[in-house]
Design a protein. Structure first.
Length: 302
């Protein structure tokens, strides 16, 4: 998708219409004092794609300028798959949704038909995850490091942004930072003096943040390696502990088996002895009448 133009009117601090003409390819740097609408202009496409003109959501209510009962209006001219569209929406008062196909043919749509075209553009030609990542403000760039995004998605974002500012297929983070620095130094010279990165320009800040992010990734990679090593050691300890437990139980089983064998042998000896006694008594019945008193008497006579 290529962006040709953005505009907003009666949105937050913007009362009169502000229009931004953009180069559809390459890098566009936007400079203005604080509270002049830079963030609002950066959010135009997100509101056009996400919110229907009939919405009464809190996010839409917050678009209305303080103390004014007006309908916030946003619009854009974009190019998608060789077709150029003009999209405009107004919320709250005088609600409207309009889509105009400017080329290769001219066609105007409004209402539900326009909403359908906008939805198709957003769902068929844009990666929703990458689009969400692009919306992250500079001050919150660490949000890109959360688990919601995979490393391959961050790599894809870096690739798209780098390729957006240069035709070099080997473009990377440094290419993007260098291009931003170059454009910044070329266009923003309010003091009529040559600016340098050493004076703390935005390009230098981007480069610094890029290096910081690279260092953080290296640190994360190191921590992940340490965690993997710790997990491996823990697994080995568990195996060793289980092995000791198995050996202990095996030794206990062996000891129990020995005790069982001894008990069986003793039981057999007693059983055999009882059988011998029973057999002897059967052979000599008189023995049964031989009492202890008689045995004692015989011993006394001796």
């Amino acid at each position: 998708m290529k962006i040709h133009k953005l505009w907003a009117e009666n949105v937050r601090g913007i009362s009169k219409r502000i229009t931004m003409e953009l180069e559809p390819s390459g890098l566009n740097l936007v400079f203005a004092p604080n509270e002049m609408g830079k963030t609002t202009m950066a959010e135009v496409l997100n509101f056009l794609f996400k919110w229907k003109s009939s919405s009464q959501a809190e996010e839409i209510q917050e678009l209305k300028p303080y103390g004014k009962d007006v309908g916030p209006l946003m619009g854009a001219v974009i190019e998608v798959d060789g077709q150029t569209y003009k999209i405009e929406k107004q919320w709250l008062r005088e609600k409207k949704t309009e889509v105009e196909l400017l080329s290769p043919e001219v066609k105007k749509l409004s209402g539900l038909s326009a909403d359908k075209v906008i939805h198709e553009i957003f769902t068929q030609y844009l990666d929703k995850t990458i689009w969400k990542m692009i919306q992250v403000a500079q001050a919150n760039f660490t949000d890109l490091l959360v688990e919601e995004y995979e490393e391959k998605q961050r790599d894809m974002l870096r690739y798209y942004l780098s390729r957006a500012v240069t035709d070099d297929v080997d473009a990377n983070d440094e290419s993007l930072a260098e291009k931003a620095e170059e454009e910044f130094l070329d266009w923003w010279q309010p003091s009529k003096k040559k600016l340098t990165a050493a004076k703390g320009t935005s390009g230098g800040l981007i480069d610094e943040k890029t290096k910081t992010l690279t260092a953080l990734r290296a640190s994360v990679a190191g921590l992940e390696a340490n965690i993997a090593d710790a997990a491996s050691v823990k697994a080995e300890m568990i195996v060793n502990r289980e092995s000791r437990e198995v050996l202990q139980k095996r030794k206990q089983a062996q000891d129990a088996n020995k005790e069982l064998g001894a008990a069986k042998r003793e039981l057999k000896a007693r059983t055999d002895a009882q059988a011998a006694i029973d057999q002897h008594l059967s052979a000599f019945p008189a023995i049964k009448d031989f009492s202890q008193e008689l045995f004692d008497a015989i011993n006394d006579d001796r």
